[in-house]
Design a protein around this ligand. Sequence first.
Ligand code: DX5
Ligand code: ZN
Length: 219
Amino acid sequence: MAKKVQIAPSILSADFGKLSAEIAEVQPFSDRIHFDVMDGHFVPNISFGAPILKWVKTKLPIDVHLMIERPWLYLGDFVKAGGDLIIVHSEVCAKTGKNSLVNVLKIVKRLGAKTGVSIKPKTSVETLVKQLGKKWLSHLDQILIMTVEPGFGGQSFMPKMVGKIGQLRKMGFKGDIAIDGGINAKTGKVCVEAGADILIAGNYIFGAKDRVKAVKSLR
Ligand code: DX5
Ligand code: ZN
């Protein structure tokens, strides 16, 4: 039987003034919550950090997408604040040493959280796989493929990125593949058909009049 797709609403497009109610509305129809952290350096926008995450109450697992330059400084904060899976960008990690991607992932695991890595549109699957090495390619819980330039919600989906899903599978990745950016019913379907496991959607869900209908249309 085909694996069931998981839906992860990105609360970046929610009304922060009533975050609990916004999450409660979509929670019964979703599988995980996506929490986008932006630092104004790695991406040209600032969102929120661990002190806000602490107040995000949900029974769903929370994926923390760190679009920040030095994620290693804050891993403990985000796990302590309730992050279940921490996603770091491969581009910000050093080639070797304590700030290398593999070492950052080791720290995440040691902190008791699940591990995720994201790549920007210009980063190839080959580069990521080289950086991870064989061992981490099979240990990693989630790879997030950006289908827009990270930084803002509501941008247009980049169809060329879909090929990365099959490439990752071919290279032996067996964990979850998440797609982030410009997801709606149409682009989501294309990604699921290509083998994606998780669809992240912000604007399509929280910008809709009927959020429940929007979430359901992604399955
Ligand atoms: C973009 C973020 C996304 C964003 C997706 O930098 O990583 O998670 O919230 O938003 P939409 O679905 O509106 O493209
Ligand atoms: Zn994201």
